[in-house]
Design a protein around this ligand. Structure first.
Ligand code: ZN
Ligand code: ZN
Ligand code: FE
Length: 764
């Protein structure tokens, strides 16, 4: 007989952990007990060795749906007592880490009560229970009790109170519990219209093709009928957002199946309790209902989510005669780059110009949280934006660290990360720092999260970039500063989420980041440990002329590359490719020659933009990654067998290896001039770049056999798969992202890991 004590850490409170454990115990013929200690659940398990092992596996792989098991501490124990049964026992709470739960989408039971005419909460826009409802977004401080949430304004009625204190009720200990009598209420902001009338008014506005703003769980959305071309076009005009895809909310999973291709894993995420936006391939052809092409122009995929707040459900389906489209645009209610609006004031100042009415409510949002966006890869999540439903769930690293810090992240797609010992808490999505409002929110969110986690770090980690707003805020905070290079932080974030802390060869294919040599980096082969990195290689440097303008006008990078590759023959090339007016080319060449507003760059993002322009796919972008995305789509629709030439993919440079991306561009350009199909060449480019990056990293790896792939360009799954395949073919272990984005949204976690390693050393 074997006897073990198990401590389960993570989101284990109020998620039905104890009954689930008891069920597993009886299935495995294990005896003992389970009890709730506050920061963890403690289990004592006795039984035959095989049975105990089976039991542990069951807890690990079949935990309750809404729980998140971060760590299991398993210790063998002398059986001082023999247990005949398995019991759930009540026990005193222990001090220690409490894990703040992310917000949880409406559960099936609440959904059926919502539409049950005989239920107390029939059509109640704020219905919730122990296993669903807002959490992080309504929280002020810990412990998580009603007086410390925005529900404090709404005293429970006697019936709700009874449920709240009754252990057999579905609403036992559910802090946001409320009903039609005692809960918050909805209204049309700036009018006297409220309650049922407000919902009817909003629904009929949507049905009539108007744009409305809706306050949800983590902020406001802008909403209109996605099948109404004119409505979507109007929203694009109002937001001055010509191409960037809008996310949609679909009424239910059957609707999703009608419009999009799904698979069981994608459906599991769509219908799960996090309810992120999931990227799905659009269905084409006969029988697919109409959806405005303007939802995601030129894009074979579409970001889809299911209703996750009861109010969303009521917009689709209500007790009136209005027929609302089963597919609605639900895009973050913000000005491009700014944080999502979370109060009526912000909605009026930011959104009133974009919409016809504002459907709001009086439950305050304490911590704003955008929708998470995820893709999938090989049956796992592949996160694009980690926010609602996931933040602030920590990563728990096995390596022991000591200390506390806050990492301020990057300036684009900013998130921050608070670390405390071996727990790392990446924040919700904040926004782009060039917008003043985002930097204000970064500042206030750091304060709020520190209060929530009861941390007050002495140290701040930030980017090397001297003019990053996030770095300035870190300095202003008065904390001691630790700086980390951007792409090194990308690789560290990938290591952190894989709980891997030994040396790796990092391949960071990214937009732009400040390099240690004052140039722009973004296509880097880095040998990394927790203590530091060595730049073992990079893509071929090119002249980046025109500052930020060149990020929107990728053809400028193409001109610079063509100028340096073809020299005197450049003008012919530009004429044949019809890239631009020759005078413009001459002007740019002059600027590069005189080094006016010109820096050296190894940005892979800009390389993609340039190739997209050379192939005539897209010369200018209206959002970040626009031209690069269309290059990827072109490659993915290619049906011809690509030819991969045998060029010299890696050469020596000064002090590092160079991926011959200039030779790749030359090959692609020559082939295009010969009239080769752009889609085929788009594919060829992906394969050649993957070949070059992988060979360079393999060459530089020495005895390191673990590789880590990070950086925004790895949102491109074609590129990711091709690089990964080549490394695995050589028997290497490849770490990739899953729950943390490969883009700048993940940088803060990497910064935090670097800082914690440093602090632990100072401390020790
Ligand atoms: Zn529920
Ligand atoms: Zn009530
Ligand atoms: Fe980056």
């Amino acid at each position: 007989m074997k006897s073990v004590r198990i401590k389960v850490y993570g989101i284990v409170q109020g998620v039905g952990m104890r009954p689930t454990v008891a069920r597993h115990a009886s299935a495995c013929a294990v005896t003992g007990y389970v009890c709730n200690k506050g920061p963890f659940v403690e289990i004592l398990a006795q039984g035959e060795e095989d049975d105990v092992k089976k039991f542990i596996d069951k807890i690990k792989y079949e935990p309750p749906k809404r729980s998140a098991v971060l760590k299991m501490d398993i210790k063998e124990k002398d059986p001082d007592e023999k247990y005949k049964t398995f019991e759930i026992i009540e026990s005193s709470k222990v001090e220690g880490e409490i894990f703040v739960s992310p917000d949880i989408a409406i559960c099936d039971e609440c959904l059926s009560e919502l539409y049950d005419k005989n239920d107390r909460r029939y059509l109640h826009p704020f219905i919730n229970c122990t296993s669903c409802g807002p959490r992080l977004t309504i929280l002020d401080s810990l412990p998580y009790d009603r007086p410390r949430t925005s529900m404090r304004k709404f005293p429970m009625c006697s019936v709700c109170e009874k449920e709240y204190y009754d252990p057999s009720s579905r609403r036992y200990d559910a802090q946001p519990v409320c009903c039609n009598d005692c809960g918050p209420s909805v209204y049309i902001a700036g009018t006297d219209i409220k309650g049922e009338e407000a919902i009817r008014t909003a629904r009929s506005a949507v049905a009539l093709g108007k744009v409305i703003a809706v306050k949800g769980i983590g902020g406001f959305h802008l909403c209109c009928d996605a099948a109404n071309d004119a409505a979507v076009e109007r929203l694009r005009q109002l937001k001055s957002r010509p191409h960037k895809p809008f996310a949609v909310m679909m009424k239910d999973i059957d609707t999703v199946r009608r419009y999009c291709k799904t698979d069981p894993f994608k459906e599991e995420i769509l219908t799960g309790h996090n309810k992120p936006i999931v990227l799905l391939d659009k269905k084409e052809g006969e029988g697919v209902p109409f959806l405005s092409e303007k939802v995601a122009p030129g894009n074979p995929t579409i970001g889809v989510m299911l209703p996750y707040a009861p109010l969303h459900c009521l917009i689709f389906d209500y007790k009136d005669d209005t027929l609302v489209s089963p597919v609605l645009i639900m895009t973050s209610g913000n000005v491009s780059g700014a944080p999502i609006a979370s109060t009526d004031e912000e909605a009026f100042s930011m959104l009133s110009g974009f919409c016809d009415l504002i459907l709001s409510h009086d439950r305050d949002i304490n911590i704003r949280t955008d929708d998470s966006v995820t893709d999938t890869l090989d049956g796992k999540l592949y996160m694009i934006r980690r926010s609602r439903g996931y933040a602030p769930l920590p990563m728990m690293l096995s390596k022991e660290f000591k200390g506390e810090l806050v990492a301020y992240g990057a300036d684009l797609k900013n998130t921050f990360c608070i670390a405390h010992d071996n727990l790392f808490y990446p924040s919700s999505y904040i926004g782009d720092m060039e917008d003043m409002r985002s930097s204000e929110v970064l500042k206030s969110s750091v304060i709020k999260m520190n209060k929530l986690l009861e941390t007050d770090p002495e140290y701040a980690v930030c980017d090397l970039h001297p003019r990053y707003v996030s770095s300035l805020l870190a300095e202003e905070s008065g904390r001691k500063i630790i700086r980390v290079q951007h792409h090194y932080a990308h690789i560290l974030s990938c290591m952190a989420e894989n709980d891997y802390t030994d040396e790796v060869m990092g391949i960071a294919l990214d937009g732009t980041g400040f390099g240690e040599d004052d140039t722009i980096w973004g296509g880097e082969i880095l040998r990394c440990s927790l203590d530091g990195f060595e730049r073992a290689g990079s893509i071929a440097p090119f002249d980046h002329c025109g500052g930020d303008l060149a990020s929107r006008e990728g053809y400028r990078i193409a001109l610079s590359m063509i100028g340096s590759i073809y020299k005197d023959g450049s003008e012919d090339v530009i004429r044949v490719l019809d890239l631009c007016d020759l005078n413009a080319f001459r002007a740019i060449s002059k600027m590069i020659e005189k080094k006016i507003n010109t820096v050296k760059s190894t940005s892979t993002g800009r390389l993609f933009d340039a190739v997209s322009a050379i192939l005539g796919i897209r010369k200018t972008s209206t959002f970040e990654g626009h031209a690069a995305m269309e290059l990827q789509f072109a490659a993915e629709r290619n049906i011809n067998e690509p030819v991969i030439p045998d060029i010299e993919y890696v050469r020596s440079g000064s002090g590092r290896k160079i991926v011959a991306t200039d030779e790749i561009v030359r090959f692609i350009t020559d082939e295009r001039i010969k009239g080769e199909d752009p889609d085929k060449l788009a594919m060829t480019f992906h394969l050649m770049l993957a070949e070059g990056a992988a060979r360079c990293a393999l060459d530089a790896a020495g005895d390191i056999d673990t590789f880590a792939l990070s950086g925004g360009c790895f949102q491109n799954k074609l590129l990711l798969t091709e690089v990964k395949k080549r490394l695995e073919k050589e028997g290497k272990k490849v770490l990739i992202h899953s729950v943390v984005p490969p883009n700048d949204g993940g940088v803060a976690l990497g910064q935090a890991l670097y800082g914690m390693n440093k602090l632990s050393k100072i401390g020790g």
